[in-house]
Design a protein around this ligand. Structure first.
Ligand SMILES: [Zn+2]
Length: 469
C-alpha cells in the first residue's frame, strides 16, 4: 500500500541525522561551523578519541564551562563540561555525545575528504557531522550561552555536556565506565542523548507536517557466536552430510527462515496510535488499530509491506560473519563459526530469546555464546521534562509534532536507563532522507543553517527546563 511505502521515511530517520574554504584547526576559531570543521579533522575512530576529546575539552574551558575529566586515556577519554562545577551536586541535566566515529576511507566517492572538515558554500562535510560531533558542538554552544545567567542567579539545574568514548564499539570505554563509576558525582536527573530527528513527508495525508521522534526506549543489541566442532574423515572427495559446515548451514537456515513474532509494548502501541491520529482517514484508522483484535489477522501483511516499520515490533536476527579454519579446498573443515547481530524488543529477555533459538536449531552440536549485549532497560516515562522538550521543539519549529518512540537501534542512552535514570533520544534538527543516508556512509554532511538551528533548539530546551521551576 502506498501509505506504508511512505512510512519508510519515518523509520529511516531513526538511524539515527560559494566560498570554498577549509577552516583553521586552531582553538581560537569562534563560530560553531568553524569549530565543527576543526573537530572533524581529528580521526577519532573508536579507541582513539583523546585528540578530539582534548580539542573539545580546551574549547569548553575557553568558553568558560566547568570541566571534569573522568577518564584520560587515548582509548577511554570521557569528560563533562558544565555550567556549575559537579562538586556542587546540583541535579544535572546531561546532554550526551560520543566523540568517536565509524571509519571512513578517503575515496573518490566522498565529494570532499572525510576528515577534511571542508566548508563549501553552506555545508560542512566530514565523518561525524551528524553522528555525532555536530550534535556535541550544538550542545556545547547552547549550554555555554547560559553561563552569564548561571552566574547571576542559582539555576534549578546544572546543565552539562558529557563527552564519551567508544559508543560505536559498544560503549564499554565510555558510557558504561561512567554509569559504573561516576554517577554520584555526575548526579544526572535526565540524559538527553542521540535519537530521532525531525522529518517532513512522514504522514501521507499531511506531507508538510514535520514530526520529531523522541526516543524513550531502545531495542537491545545481542551479539552471538555460534560454533560447531565436528570431526569427519578429512577428504572432500567423500562427501559428508554431517560435516561442521552442513550442521551450521542447516542451523542458519532454521534461524533465518522463521517468521519473527510480532510483539507490541506500551511505547510502540502509543506510537502507532499517535501516528494514526495525526494522519487521520482510513490509513490513520489502520495505523491506530494495528494491534486491535480486528486487524490482528492482517497486521503481519500490513507491516511486512514496510520492513522498517516491522522492525519496531519484532526481534531481528542478522547473520554478519561466517568462517572456517584456513585449509585447502579438498579438505572438509572440522569446525565452523558464525556470528549474528540480534536486536531485541525491550520486553524480550536474552535468556528466553536464546532458549527459543536453541529449540529452533534443534541440534546440541551447535554451541551458542554471547559475545556482547547492551543492558536491559525500562522505557523512560514522559514526565514534565518531556513536556518541556516538546514545547521547546514546537517553539523552534512552529507547527511540528513530537512523538515518543522506540529507537530501533542501540545507543549509550541504554546504559543510563538500565540504572533507572530517565533518558530521551533526540537530534533537534530537521533532516531529510538524503542527509540521513549519509550517516555511517559516504558524504556525511550538515548544512550550516541546520547546525545553527540545532543550537537554537537546544537553547530553547534549556530555557523550558529552567522554566519548569
Ligand atoms: Zn551515534
Amino acid at each position: 500500500m502506498e501509505v506504508y511505502v511512505s512510512m519508510n521515511k519515518f523509520i529511516l530517520l531513526f538511524f539515527f541525522i560559494s566560498i570554498h574554504c577549509f577552516a583553521s584547526d586552531t582553538l581560537l576559531t569562534k563560530t560553531p561551523a568553524q569549530n565543527l570543521s576543526a573537530l572533524l579533522q581529528f580521526r577519532s575512530l573508536s579507541g582513539h578519541e583523546k585528540q578530539a576529546g582534548d580539542f573539545l575539552l580546551n574549547k569548553a574551558t575557553e568558553m568558560g564551562l566547568s570541566v571534569h575529566v573522568f577518564n584520560n586515556q587515548d582509548s577511554a577519554f570521557n569528560f563533562s563540561a558544565s555550567l556549575y562545577p559537579l562538586e556542587q551536586h546540583k541535579p544535572n541535566i546531561v546532554f550526551l555525545c560520543h566523540i568517536d566515529v565509524v571509519p571512513a576511507v578517503d575515496s573518490i566517492e566522498w565529494r570532499f575528504p572525510p576528515f577534511s572538515g571542508a566548508i563549501v558554500n553552506d555545508t560542512i562535510w566530514g565523518r561525524g557531522c551528524l553522528d555525532m560531533k555536530g550534535i556535541g558542538l550544538m550542545q556545547l554552544h547552547a549550554v555555554a550561552t547560559y553561563l552569564e545567567e548561571a552566574k547571576k542567579e542559582s539555576l534549578p539545574y546544572n546543565f552539562s555536556v558529557l563527552f564519551v568514548s567508544g559508543e560505536e564499539s559498544g560503549g564499554q570505554n565510555g558510557a558504561k565506565l561512567i554509569v559504573e563509576n561516576n554517577l554520584p558525582l555526575l548526579n544526572p536527573s535526565l540524559i538527553i542523548g542521540e535519537g530521532g530527528a525531525g522529518l517532513k513527508g512522514v504522514l501521507p495525508s499531511k506531507p508538510e507536517k514535520e514530526i520529531f521522534f523522541l526516543s524513550v526506549v531502545e531495542k537491545r543489541s545481542l551479539w552471538l557466536k555460534l560454533s560447531v566442532h565436528q570431526k569427519t574423515h578429512g577428504h572432500s572427495s567423500l562427501p559428508s552430510s554431517n560435516s561442521a559446515n552442513n550442521i551450521m548451514i542447516k542451523a542458519i537456515d532454521r534461524i533465518t527462515s522463521e517468521k519473527p513474532i510480532i510483539t507490541f509494548n506500551k511505547t510502540t502501541r502509543h506510537m502507532f496510535r499517535d501516528l494514526g491520529i495525526l494522519n487521520g482517514g482510513l490509513t490513520g484508522f489502520v495505523l491506530k488499530n494495528i494491534n486491535s483484535f480486528l486487524l490482528r489477522p492482517f497486521r503481519r501483511k500490513i507491516l511486512s509491506s514496510e520492513p522498517l516499520l516491522l522492525t519496531e515490533v519484532t526481534n531481528t536476527i542478522q547473520l554478519t560473519n561466517y568462517s572456517n579454519p584456513n585449509g585447502p579446498p579438498n579438505v572438509i573443515p572440522g569446525s565452523a563459526v558464525s556470528y549474528f547481530d540480534c536486536r531485541l524488543v525491550p520486553t524480550v529477555s536474552t535468556k528466553k530469546f536464546i532458549r527459543k533459538l536453541k529449540l529452533r536449531i534443534h541440534n546440541p552440536k551447535v554451541e551458542i555464546e554471547i559475545i556482547d549485549q547492551s543492558p536491559e532497560e525500562k522505557a523512560s516515562k514522559q514526565n514534565e521534562k518531556f513536556g518541556a522538550i516538546k514545547l521547546a521543539l514546537k517553539k523552534t519549529y512552529p507547527g511540528c509534532e513530537v512523538l515518543p518512540v522506540l529507537f530501533p537501534a542501540t545507543t549509550d542512552n541504554s546504559y543510563f536507563r538500565s540504572k533507572g535514570i530517565k533518558a530521551y533520544g533526540l537530534l533537534p534538527l530537521e533532516l531529510n532522507q538524503q542527509l540521513i543516508e549519509t550517516v555511517h556512509a559516504t558524504n556525511e554532511c550538515i548544512p550550516v543553517s541546520s547546525l545553527n538551528k540545532g543550537i537554537e533548539a537546544y537553547k530553547e530546551i534549556i530555557r523550558e527546563l529552567i522554566n519548569l521551576n
